[in-house]
Design a protein around this ligand. Structure first.
Ligand SMILES: [Ca+2]
Ligand SMILES: [Ca+2]
Length: 179
């Protein structure tokens, strides 16, 4: 089991669900999940990235402890709540990326504030991850919107609002025009 999509309709990820899934490399938690249980992803040592949708309202004790390969936690949560005990304990390389303007709030809310690095979520310009931001990225994004083709490893949500929409196309075009 290397890759997991939590399907829409699942509201709670129970305690210990993915405990010690050491081969798990990617996890996609869909919007609608509200709670992540105790030790739900503990010791998933190959997990590198996680995204936390804004629907989440609780994260229990040690939910992601010892995810030692974790480098990026993207939180879309704007209503910042207190988590259980140190959910990111011993994730030494993890950076917590948070919505615009909320760094101070995360830094002052237990136990989010135990993550070593907390930064504002960067605006992604490079949809296809080839190192350049150009018209090809606009085309890939439009193809995704039209449903004609898509590569799920690409970054389509340019403006970090959890949705892929025409506003991402406009934001990307504005970025390219201002380069
Ligand atoms: Ca590109
Ligand atoms: Ca978007």
């Amino acid at each position: 089991m290397k890759s997991i999509n939590i399907p829409a309709g699942v509201a709670i990820i129970n305690d210990d669900t993915f405990y010690k899934c050491e081969n798990l490399t990617t996890i996609s938690i869909s919007h609608g999940v509200t709670a992540i249980g105790r030790d739900a992803f503990s010791y998933c040592s190959k997990l590198a990235f996680i995204g936390l949708p804004s629907s989440i309202t609780s994260i229990a004790n040690y939910a992601f402890q010892n995810c030692t390969g974790l480098t990026s936690i993207k939180s879309y949560i704007t209503d910042v709540f207190r988590t259980g005990k140190n959910p990111f304990s011993n994730c030494p390389y993890a950076t917590l990326y948070v919505p615009e303007g909320l760094v101070d709030e995360y830094e002052s809310t237990p136990d989010w504030n135990k993550v070593n690095f907390i930064e504002e979520m960067p605006i992604i310009h490079d949809v296809n991850g080839d190192g350049a931001t150009n018209i090809t990225d606009v085309i890939r994004l439009i193809e995704k919107l039209l449903g004609s083709s898509s590569d799920e490893s690409y970054s389509y949500d340019i403006n970090n609002d959890e949705k892929i929409s025409i506003s991402d196309v406009i934001t990307l075009i504005n970025i390219i025009l201002s380069m």
